[in-house]
Design a protein around this ligand. Structure first.
Ligand SMILES: Nc1ncnc2c1ncn2[C@@H]1O[C@H](COP(=O)(O)OP(=O)(O)OP(=O)(O)O)[C@@H](O)[C@H]1O
Length: 353
């Protein structure tokens, strides 16, 4: 793939639109003789045209002139449209290796999740090939998804103009990243919430109904109840002893506070405190969700007797009698089935906030 930061700077306009199927290198180092404005930073925007049922792609086109006006003066803008699921992971890795100053996810939590996973490869942070050991690429977010739940923790709206102003301002803070290893042994990174059982099954089905906007979460939840059973699970926290939790409905592991299109499921989570907040719901019946739904949205469910909260550095979860059908997801993306192992990587990424 070719990002062509150098070529971007040589063009009359500060913005370059490069499609994902062009040749395959950023071309930062081998184009040193071009008219690159080296004083300008290189920002890579990764856009999921299918986000929010296609709204992200349409909004992005309208946004581009504004983006050029606001940011074009101080950075080379490289626009990169994903071609398929997971493409954002590869683009991000390439951008970081080639020394991008920032990689900005444009879309929902799924797009952000791909970009986060692109900051790592084979379990290790991806580094810039020619920019010293202390160098790090900054993560940015223009929330334009269906739920855009990560942005809610910062009280940000799904407003791209506000997001561009944040990027222009350039304030950065370190954010933690969660690591989840599913039954396949493959490591995934997440920035928002990883969850297990009913909510993960609901998320799996919600992804099939994205055409209905935020209602997809309601349809997903209704579908997930079909065949649902609360199950006994064994949990190991911070490498301690196994504890059995009976009739578990869902286990939610938050680096941030919201999931499912605005449910404040892990209200005590803070993406910069080096910990994951684990909320375990036990023995919830379908009518509990009807009666207590408002509490899940407001974050006041922690006072319920069948809700348990733990602050952890790591957590392992297995089913007591494994049937291999307990769903897990992270950042709303389906990962497979239990067992799962989660831990935190404190202050892993610089983030425009
Ligand atoms: N070019 C593409 N074609 C099809 N799917 C894509 C493409 N690029 C990314 N995806 C996938 O689209 C899915 C949804 O993207 P995203 O999360 O950005 O939007 P959303 O689901 O509407 O928002 P949210 O997750 O915040 O509710 C992700 O799983 C991502 O992997």
């Amino acid at each position: 793939m070719a990002f062509g930061f150098a070529a971007a700077a040589a063009m009359p306009k500060p913005c370059l639109s490069i499609k994902a199927n062009q040749s395959s290198s950023l071309g930062l180092s081998d184009r040193a003789d071009d008219h690159v404005s080296r004083s300008k930073k290189n920002f890579v925007f990764i856009i999921n045209p299918k986000g929010a049922n296609g709204r992200t792609g349409k909004e992005w086109k309208k946004l581009l002139p504004y983006l050029r006006t606001r940011l074009g003066g101080h950075c080379n803008i490289c626009e990169y449209i994903t071609l398929a699921p997971s493409h954002g992971v590869d683009i991000t890795r390439e951008a970081i290796r080639e020394g991008a100053d920032a990689v900005i996810a444009v879309g929902g939590d799924g797009t952000l999740h791909e970009v986060i996973n692109g900051f790592f490869c084979a379990g290790q942070p991806v580094t810039a090939l020619e920019r010293g050991p202390g160098y790090s690429t900054t993560l940015g977010l223009i929330p334009l998804g269906t739920g855009s739940d990560f942005a809610r923790t910062f009280c940000w709206r799904n407003d791209p103009h506000e997001a561009i102003e944040r990027i222009k301002r350039g304030f950065k803070s370190k954010v933690d990243v969660g690591i989840i290893t599913a039954h396949t042994g493959e490591q995934h990174f997440f920035i928002n919430v990883a969850d297990i059982h009913l909510s993960a099954k609901a998320g799996y089905y919600a992804s099939k109904y994205k055409g209905f906007g935020n209602l997809c979460y309601v349809f997903g939840a209704l579908r997930a109840f079909i065949g649902h059973e609360n199950r006994n699970m064994k949990v190991k926290i911070n490498g301690g002893d196994w504890e059995v939790f009976h009739k578990v409905t869902a286990i939610c592991i938050g680096n941030a506070k919201y999931f499912g299109g605005g449910m404040k499921i892990t209200p005590t989570a803070d993406p910069s405190n080096g910990k994951l907040e684990v909320v375990i719901l036990q023995d919830f019946k379908w009518y509990d969700f009807v009666l207590k739904l408002h509490k899940l949205y407001s974050g006041s469910h922690l006072s319920e007797k069948n809700v348990c909260l733990r602050s952890v550095k790591s957590i392992e979860v297995v089913e007591e009698m494994s049937k291999g059908d307990i769903y897990i997801q992270s950042d709303g993306e389906h990962l497979g089935f239990l067992p799962a192992n989660c831990s935190i990587l404190p202050a892993a990424i610089n983030f425009f906030c």
